[in-house]
Design a protein around this ligand. Structure first.
Ligand SMILES: Cc1cc2nc3c(=O)[nH]c(=O)nc-3n(C[C@H](O)[C@H](O)[C@H](O)COP(=O)(O)OP(=O)(O)OC[C@H]3O[C@@H](n4cnc5c(N)ncnc54)[C@H](O)[C@@H]3O)c2cc1C
Length: 717
């Protein structure tokens, strides 16, 4: 590390010395227009005598001047035309300028890129993404328009992640038109009074037009691509709908609601139950079961609250009945009646996309201007030998069981696996949670996951880490999961197994593949930032998109998808993923927004971190919930929040304040200056901000203030 820094330092000093020498010795006078005109004949005679040598010397000087970002490139280019003529002049200038530019780019990259990226990482994230995706394209435009200073482009591009090869090739191609103009002007040097005259207003306009050419070309090529893609499908004379939404889960419901609210004609097609996963097999039943099992856990902890003992008798089937009753109570929010009332045409049946303008359902063909695919996801069932021979549970089917399994294996320690392991363990099942990796909840920071792991162990959930499931065996009456654990075979017998290994998008079997809608290798539908697929009138949102699989993100995406579908011809909105919160409802709860330490470290993003432990919070102590923490990552030296992880009682609820703060650029100073009701869990946010304030206190200023107070104590009145 030290070696690299000193090497960089030596190189920087060398470059600076060369630049200083250039100016101190007055070498810049040799790169003036007058000097070129006055000495051109001498150069010409030297070229006549030593052609190759003059060309090599010319290239060497050109490369040196441009690589050190010295002024002189324009004069050198004119000299190229005057000395070598249009063809050779253009050839020499084109290669010399590109090589010099690439060297300058590499200097800037080597000397400054790491520092700049480190220092401004959070601000540069979007720029980096853009450059990685379309850097060559932007560079081409900058090169075509000669108003952007040549040396600045070289130095600035060096700070970005653009590949050197792309920089070289695009620079050479992009600079060619201007090179031609200047070399050509050089061939008639006698008729020019000043280099500034070369670029007449007409020529500048031509260059500007050339500069916007890539954008026009892109627009035209996308138009042609879209025409080609749509040409296979006849457009209907008129459309039945402005928007047909497929799937009435969280995503589809929100999109149809928005479409109906803005008076579009919208159809909502659902093959199964209105409300989709969230209502029927996801958030609602899982949170209802969690509520019941939290109560059980409270009873088990009766002694902590000063009671001798408390016990609960229960019938598992009745607990599951309550879960169903909760679903029934929420159902009206997502019902056909409600949505019909809002003006949505709700259609029961399995939709099949026949063309970008036609969706078939139950033998009926609906014509539509736009389609929204909101078909959700389903549990991933692994290719595990023997699984096909047994009855297994997934998050789709677990809600139907009426008998509590005595021994339960949960395969996968993500949010669903963790939430349900704790629930069934609390209900009395002997739960073994099997995880291939070395920790549970791998998306969260290790300290957050460790708190949940600790609780699991205290409550009796057996967590087997580094256990890779190999097969399901049947030994007599017993079913067993066979795992590989560091080369050793481990067998776990069970009565029920829950597969909780993630979710795969429902993107197949209803027309998308036949039409060539692009999917990635995990079958997630590919979209642009406006949530358009490669068919510009087919949009997608929610779990089928696969980016974030939460109800609130499904709703968030659906706003963009619906608005872009209905009003995109006037303005389209890129979906904003900057502040996405989520939570896992284990006890302790784990909530997160923005960056955590693991992600920040992985992306090389610098941060300051403060942690406030909830064992210090009055309300948490009063509730016997004094465990967990609020961890805040901020921009180094600033109070701007990069991300927050909260572990503890009601973590998801108290996170809301940080979500709002991040969304609206509110820093920790403002959270600290906000009154929070005493005693609440939410006060933890203020205290975390207080920890930040203390660790960022201006030490020197405080030392001065201390001196002031000392003097004040001594002063006689
Ligand atoms: C156990 C569990 C707990 C969860 N807990 C939470 C939580 O606490 N918080 C949270 O934010 N998220 C949670 N989620 C995730 C959340 O449920 C999903 O992110 C959300 O339901 C996604 O909504 P969606 O509309 O994209 O998909 P879905 O809700 O799956 O809806 C898609 C709908 O499309 C229908 N469909 C599919 N194909 C067709 C077709 N060809 N024609 C017609 N209809 C079709 C399906 O029948 C389905 O109803 C949980 C998920 C699970 C499984």
């Amino acid at each position: 590390m030290k070696k690299t820094v000193s090497l960089k330092f030596i190189l920087l000093v060398m470059v600076l010395i060369l630049v200083l020498v250039f100016f101190i010795l007055g070498l810049d006078q040799y790169f003036s227009f007058e000097y070129l005109k006055n000495t051109l004949d001498d150069f010409k005679s030297s070229y006549d005598q030593h052609k190759a040598l003059t060309m090599a010397a010319y290239m060497g000087i050109y490369i040196l001047v441009t690589s050190l970002s010295l002024p002189g490139a324009v004069i050198m280019t004119l000299a190229g035309g005057a000395l070598f003529g249009l063809f050779y002049g253009t050839l020499l200038v084109s290669f010399s300028s590109t090589m010099g530019a690439t060297l300058a780019f590499l200097f800037s990259r080597y000397l400054f890129k790491d520092w700049v990226q480190h220092k401004f990482s959070s601000k540069l994230a979007a720029i980096n993404q853009g450059v990685e995706k379309e850097g060559g394209f932007y560079l081409f435009t900058l090169r075509l328009v000669p108003v952007f200073p040549f040396f600045l482009i070289n130095l600035a591009m060096g700070l970005t992640p653009i590949q050197t090869r792309i920089f070289y090739l695009v620079s050479q191609a992009g600079m060619l038109p201007a090179t031609l103009v200047f070399v050509n002007a050089g061939t008639a040097l006698a008729q020019i009074d000043s280099p500034s005259k070369i670029l007449s207003p007409g020529l500048m306009i031509s260059f500007a037009l050339l500069g916007v050419f890539p954008f026009i070309a892109r627009g035209v090529s996308s138009f042609i691509r879209q025409r080609k893609i749509f040409s296979r499908f006849p457009r209907p004379g008129r459309y039945d709908y402005n928007l047909v939404v497929i799937g009435a889960g969280s995503a589809g419901l929100v999109a149809s609601y928005i479409a109906a609210a803005v008076k579009a004609k919208v159809a909502l097609i659902e093959t199964d139950k209105m409300g989709g996963d969230c209502l029927n097999t996801g958030c609602v039943p899982s949170k209802a079961l969690i509520a019941a099992t939290r109560l059980l856990s409270r009873f088990k902890r009766a002694e902590e609250f000063g009671f001798n003992r408390a016990s609960v008798e229960f019938d598992f089937a009745k607990v599951m009945d309550r879960v169903r009753a909760v679903i029934r109570k929420v159902e009206p929010h997502d019902s056909v009646e409600r949505y019909e009332g809002l003006g949505v045409d709700c259609i029961k049946g399995r939709a099949h996309i026949r063309s970008p303008f036609e969706v078939e359902v139950g033998g009926r063909v609906l014509t539509t201007r736009n389609i929204l695919v909101a078909t959700g996801a389903k549990p991933l069932v692994p290719d595990l030998p023997g699984l096909e021979n047994i009855h297994y549970l997934t998050s789709d089917t677990i809600w139907d069981i009426r008998t509590l399994p005595k021994r339960m294996v949960v395969l996968g320690a993500g949010p669903i696996g963790c939430e349900l392991s704790q629930c069934f363990s609390r209900l009395g099942s002997r739960v073994t949670l099997v995880q291939r990796g070395d920790r549970i909840m791998k998306k969260e920071d290790p300290d957050a996951a460790a708190m949940v792991m600790d609780r699991f162990q205290k409550e009796g959930v057996l967590v087997l880490l580094n256990h890779a499931a190999k097969k399901i065996g049947i030994a007599g009456e017993e079913k067993e999961l066979v795992c590989d654990h560091g080369g050793q075979e481990v067998r776990i017998t069970f009565d029920e197994i829950l597969i909780a290994l993630g979710r795969v998008p429902n993107a197949k079997g209803f027309g998308l593949e036949e039409m060539g809608v692009e999917l990635d290798k995990n079958a997630n539908i590919q979209t642009n930032e406006f949530l358009q697929t490669n068919y510009s009138n087919i949009f997608c949102s929610g779990d089928v998109h696969g980016r974030y699989q939460f109800t609130h993100t499904a709703a968030h995406e659906s706003w963009y998808a619906a608005v872009n579908a209905l009003f995109g011809r006037f303005k389209k909105f890129p979906v904003d993923y900057r502040t996405i919160p989520w939570a896992t409802y284990t006890e302790p709860e784990v909530a997160r927004v923005g960056l955590n330490e693991t992600d920040a470290d992985g992306a090389g993003i610098p941060y300051d971190m403060v942690k406030y432990n909830l064992d210090d919070l009055d309300r948490a102590i009063a509730d016997s919930e004094g465990h967990g923490f609020v961890k805040v990552l901020t921009v180094p030296g600033k109070d701007r929040i990069l991300g927050v992880t909260i572990v503890g009682h009601h973590a998801a609820d108290i996170m809301a304040e940080f979500v709002l703060a991040m969304k609206h650029g509110i820093g920790l100073n403002k959270i600290l200056g906000t009154i929070h009701i005493y005693p609440t869990m939410a006060e933890a946010n203020k205290y975390a901000a207080g920890v930040w304030k203390r660790t960022h206190a201006p030490k020197k200023l405080l030392a001065w203030i201390e001196t002031y107070h000392t003097v004040m104590r001594k002063e006689k009145r």
